[in-house]
Design a protein around this ligand. Structure first.
Ligand code: PLP
Length: 417
C-alpha cells in the first residue's frame, strides 16, 4: 500500500516540532514588536533584548531608513523585474558589488539574494563529482545543505582542529590524485553559536603542504571583525588566502541579501553558473540601494564598531568576573553555558523573560550537548553599559535559582493559559 506524504510527515514533527504546541509564540516564533533595538515589546511588555544580529545598530539607523524609504518611493519593491542575467541588472547592483569588492579587498564580488541559498548554490557550482570537500564539523546548515548537492566525496574534520583537518586533507589528496579532482576546504569565519573564530590563518598555512581552495562563510565576522570591519580574514591578516569569501547582509548589514568575493575570473564563472542567481529574480532596489548606504556607514563610521566592542567587552568581562562560563568566544557572539535539563531551561527562560524582562535566545540539546543550557546573547552597538549591568545582575539571580533547583520540573514551561 502506498503511504500518504501528509500522514508520514505529521508522524514525525522533528526535535523542535514535537514541542510546537507548547512552545509556539513564546519559545518559538516569538513576536518582538516596536522599533528594532535593545528594548522591544514581547508578550505585551517592554523587554531588554539580546537576540538580534543587529551588530552595528544599522537596522533602524535614520540614514539607513531614509535610504530604504527613498529607494522604495522611487522604484517600488518590484524593480528590477527578472533575474540579473536576463532583465534584472542595474547600475546600482553593479555599484554595490564594486563597493563590496573594494571594502573586502577582493578583485570582484557577486551579489546573492539570500545567504543560505547563495552558499548552497555556490558550493554546487564550484565542485563536481570528482572533487572533494573538506569541511568543519560545526558548519552552518547552508554549508551542509550545499554539500547535500555534492555527489563527490566529502570529509569532515573536527571542529577547528587543525590536526584533524590535516588528516582529512591527506585522505582527500590521495583520493583527488586518483580521480583527477580538486579539493575545497569550507569553514566559517565566526561560528555563530560558540563565538569562536575559525582558525583561518592556520588553515591558509596548510596551503604550503596541500593543494586546495578555501571557502569561508563569514556571516558573523563581516562588519564586526578586523580593523576596518572587513571580517575575520582581516582580523587574522590572511584575507589573501581566502579564495571564496562569503557574507550575508542579514547581520551587520541589517538587511537581506549576501555576497561572494573572489577573483574576477571566478566571479565571472559564478555569474554564469550559479543556479540560485540565474533562475531567480534579482535583489529589489530598496535592498540594493539600502545596502550601498549600509556599507557606506560601515566604512565611514568606525564608531559603530567601537561601540559594539565597548558593549561586547563590558558584557563578556562582566559575565566572566561574575563566574559565568562563556566558553571560548573571541567575537561579539556571547554564549552563557549553564547546566540543566530542557524543562529547567524553559522555566528559567520564562522567569528571565517574565520577571526580569530580559529576552535572549535559548539553545538546548541537540544543538548543544545533553544537560547543557546555552543562553545566547548578541551585543550590539546600540546597547548601553546600563543594559549590561542589568543583564549580569539578572543572570546572577537566575543562575542561583537554577543551581538551587528552583526550576526543577518534569514538564516544559508553557506560556499558554
Ligand atoms: C553562518 C551563516 N551562514 C549563512 C547564513 C544565511 O544567511 P541568510 O540569512 O542571508 O540566508 C546565516 C544566517 O543568517 C549564518 O549564520
Amino acid at each position: 500500500m502506498v503511504n500518504d506524504i501528509f500522514k508520514k510527515v505529521l508522524n514525525r514533527m522533528g526535535p523542535l516540532g514535537e514541542h510546537a504546541d507548547d512552545a509556539h509564540g513564546y519559545f518559538t516564533f516569538p513576536k518582538l514588536e516596536g522599533p528594532i533595538g535593545p528594548r522591544m515589546v514581547f508578550n505585551g511588555k517592554m523587554k531588554l533584548n539580546w537576540s538580534l544580529n543587529n551588530y552595528l545598530g544599522l537596522a533602524n539607523h535614520p540614514e539607513v531608513m531614509k535610504a530604504d524609504a527613498d529607494a522604495a518611493a522611487q522604484f517600488g519593491m518590484a524593480y528590477p523585474m527578472g533575474a540579473r542575467m536576463m532583465s534584472g541588472n542595474s547600475n546600482y547592483h553593479e555599484q554595490l558589488e564594486k563597493d563590496l569588492a573594494d571594502f573586502i579587498g577582493k578583485p570582484d564580488v557577486i551579489l546573492l539574494n539570500f545567504g543560505y541559498q547563495g552558499v548552497v548554490s555556490a558550493i554546487d557550482a564550484l565542485v563536481d563529482r570528482h572533487d572533494i570537500i573538506v569541511y568543519d564539523a560545526e558548519s552552518h546548515a547552508c554549508i551542509i545543505d550545499g554539500m547535500r548537492l555534492h555527489i563527490g566525496k566529502r570529509f569532515m574534520y573536527q571542529h577547528n582542529n587543525i590536526e584533524s583537518l590535516e588528516k582529512q586533507l591527506t585522505h582527500a589528496t590521495k583520493l583527488a590524485e586518483k580521480t583527477g579532482g580538486a579539493i575545497m576546504v569550507i569553514t566559517e569565519g565566526v561560528f555563530g553559536m560558540s563565538g569562536s573564530q575559525g582558525k583561518l590563518k592556520e588553515v591558509v598555512a596548510l596551503k604550503e603542504k596541500f593543494n586546495f581552495r578555501l571557502f569561508v562563510d563569514d556571516a558573523h565576522g563581516f562588519g564586526t571583525m578586523g580593523k576596518t570591519g572587513a571580517g575575520t580574514g582581516e582580523e587574522q591578516n590572511c584575507m589573501d588566502g581566502i579564495d571564496v569569501y562569503f557574507s550575508t547582509f542579514a547581520k551587520s548589514m541589517a538587511g537581506i541579501g549576501a555576497f561572494i568575493g573572489s577573483t574576477k575570473e571566478v566571479i565571472k564563472y559564478l555569474r554564469y553558473n550559479m543556479r540560485s542567481q540565474i533562475y531567480a529574480k534579482a535583489l529589489p532596489m530598496p535592498l540594493t540601494i539600502g545596502s550601498i548606504k549600509r556599507l557606506e556607514l560601515i566604512r565611514t563610521r568606525p564608531e559603530l564598531k567601537d561601540n559594539l566592542w565597548k558593549i561586547v567587552n563590558a558584557l563578556q568581562n562582566g559575565l566572566r568576573e561574575a563566574g559565568f562560563n562563556i566558553g571560548i568566544t573571541t567575537t561579539p557572539v556571547t554564549p552563557v553555558l549553564l547546566n540543566g535539563t530542557i524543562p529547567e531551561a524553559t522555566h528559567m527562560t520564562f522567569d528571565l523573560r517574565e520577571n526580569f524582562d530580559i529576552f535572549c535566545s535559548i539553545v538546548v540539546y541537540p544543538v548543544v550537548p545533553k544537560g547543557v543550557i546555552m543562553l545566547r546573547l548578541i551585543p550590539t552597538a546600540v546597547h548601553t553599559l546600563e543594559d549590561v549591568e542589568e543583564t549580569i545582575n539578572a543572570f546572577k539571580a537566575i543562575k542561583h535559582k537554577l543551581d538551587s533547583g528552583q526550576y526543577r520540573q518534569e514538564k516544559l514551561a508553557t506560556a499558554k493559559p
